[in-house]
Design a protein around this ligand. Structure first.
Ligand SMILES: CC(C)(COP(=O)(O)OP(=O)(O)OC[C@H]1O[C@@H](n2cnc3c(N)ncnc32)[C@H](O)[C@@H]1OP(=O)(O)O)[C@@H](O)C(=O)NCCC(=O)NCCS
Length: 158
């Protein structure tokens, strides 16, 4: 198993994998993945085993606040979960963020996504205080716009 950067030839495999992330992940258009591979590949690591895409993280360094790296999508293959793939992939994004001297990585997930909540906490993220607690998770109301409540997590670097 190796970790490599997102590149155009990996996009079909990444799309197949992201399709397995339902209901929490939404597949975007192929041109979006092309864009990520061209502009953000250093924060979009892919786990590959014998040519098969088993995991991916899509993340971006903020232009508005370059101290921040935002993680948009995380998914691993259903047959390869609980094997540390997400830990490795997020570790690789963190390593890049450290090289840039960023302050933190952050992400959001839906409060009912208990596997994601457990993974973020185990890996080192903190669930940021919110407006209410849902499924034992702090949730910020309307975080991504009206009606789009999210649990928000951050992993501090400095
Ligand atoms: C959430 C998800 C990305 C975790 O990926 P993963 O590769 O299984 O995570 P890891 O193996 O690196 O897990 C690291 C730690 O997180 C915790 N963890 C991960 N999944 C867990 C689960 N289902 N239940 C409890 N703890 C869990 C464990 O502590 C684990 O360490 P351990 O296995 O040594 O105990 C994966 O379940 C997934 O792809 N889900 C569908 C897509 C999704 O919901 N993505 C997040 C929304 S953006």
């Amino acid at each position: 198993m190796k970790i490599t950067r997102l590149s155009p030839q990996l996009i079909p495999g990444v799309e197949r994998l992201i399709g397995m992330g339902a209901p929490y992940l939404r597949l975007r258009g192929s041109s979006d993945y092309w864009l990520y591979s061209q502009l953000f590949s250093s924060t979009c690591p892919v786990a590959l085993d014998d040519g098969q895409v088993l995991g991916v993280v899509i993340a971006f360094r903020s232009q508005d606040d370059p101290d921040d790296v935002y993680i948009q999508d995380v998914v691993t293959h259903p047959d390869h979960r609980r094997r540390g793939l997400t830990r490795r992939l997020l570790g690789s994004v963190r390593h890049q963020a450290e090289e840039w001297a960023c302050r933190r990585l952050y992400l959001t997930s839906e409060p009912e996504n208990t596997a994601a909540h457990a993974a973020w906490l185990a890996i080192g993220f903190t669930n940021m205080p919110g407006d209410r607690v849902d499924h034992g998770v702090s949730v910020i109301e309307n975080y991504k716009g009206p009606g789009m409540d999210r649990a928000v997590y951050e992993w501090l670097i400095r």
